[in-house]
Design a protein around this ligand. Structure first.
Ligand code: 48F
Length: 261
């Protein structure tokens, strides 16, 4: 085999095998932002099969840009153990006890590496365009290449079968919107629908990002800014302890649900 052919054959074969191995998983995560990457690592450490589908070329979601492209973020002391789980460095803020600064590039890279090294597979440049919904349960995802969707090409998708779907799509809560608008699901919220994100209030937003992480319909969980939006929480800007803890909490809830079933 000549070298050109060897390169192409190895890539196509390996990618195809990876995709085939993840066409049916325990947990399918939509979005590869910070809450998703934390959830993926904790789920994998408990032996759960996880695949993450991220529509952008680069996983990491809203971490990379820090605050207004100043590439630093804040993390509260009570989330430092999660940073350390991923081997991510942090520096105490001298004049504001209780907070650490974290280089946002190190944080994005560290979260991605920690999730992948735990065995979670990330499929980047893949968009989730619909859910599988049957027998009153969310049962997986409908996926397509982001380029196909962005170009508006009329190309049928493929599917991912999953016991559990985790919406970690951030502010737009893409999967929850699909569930409400297309599957006509009543979510476990005070209105049965999506409450909608409120303006910035950092402390309350940080609390609600964690409190809201959970199961909203059989087989359908949300975390991070997605669950915060679903439950009408406040936004909080470039402080990430809540995102990290939201990812860890949703992993614990998914594991508890799996044990109970
Ligand atoms: O928004 P995002 O970073 O998720 P998060 O874990 O973290 C939020 C923070 O970054 C920040 C914040 C905290 O202070 O306010 O915003 O809640 O990442 C969400 C990811 O989901 C991807 C999107 O590209 C992003 O990387 N995503 C969204 N819709 C889809 C998707 C889709 N339909 N298919 C695949 N990926």
């Amino acid at each position: 085999m000549n070298t050109e052919n060897a390169v192409s054959t190895a890539i196509v074969r390996q990618y195809s095998q990876k995709l085939i191995d993840h066409l049916c998983v325990d947990v399918a995560i939509v979005g590869a932002g910070p809450s998703a990457l934390v959830a993926a690592r904790y789920l994998r450490k408990a032996g759960v099969r996880v695949a993450i589908f991220e529509r952008q070329l680069a996983p990491g979601g809203g971490v990379w840009g820090g605050g207004m492209l100043f590439n630093e973020v804040l993390v509260q002391d009570d989330a430092v153990e999660i940073l350390e789980e991923f081997g991510i460095g942090h520096i105490p803020v001298e004049d504001s006890p209780g907070y650490q600064t974290v280089d946002s590039v190190e944080m994005a890279g560290g979260l991605i590496f920690g999730a992948v090294r735990s065995g979670a597979k990330i499929f980047n440049s893949v968009s989730v365009e619909d859910i599988i919904f049957k027998e009153d349960r969310v049962g997986g995802l409908v996926i397509n290449w982001t380029t196909v969707m962005r170009l508006g090409l009329f190309v049928d998708p493929l599917t991912i079968v999953a016991d559990t779907v985790l919406d970690a799509t951030g502010h737009p809560s893409v999967i929850m919107n699909l569930a409400v608008n297309k599957a006509k699901i009543q979510l476990k919220t005070p209105t049965g629908g999506i409450m909608g994100e409120r303006p910035m209030w950092v402390d309350r937003g940080e609390e609600s990002a964690v409190e809201s992480a959970g199961e909203y319909y059989p087989g359908l969980f949300a975390c991070g800014m997605s669950s915060n939006n679903v439950m009408g929480g406040y936004r909080m800007g470039p402080i990430f302890g809540g995102m990290l803890k939201s990812g860890r909490k949703v992993a614990e809830l998914i594991l508890a649900r799996r044990r109970a079933e």
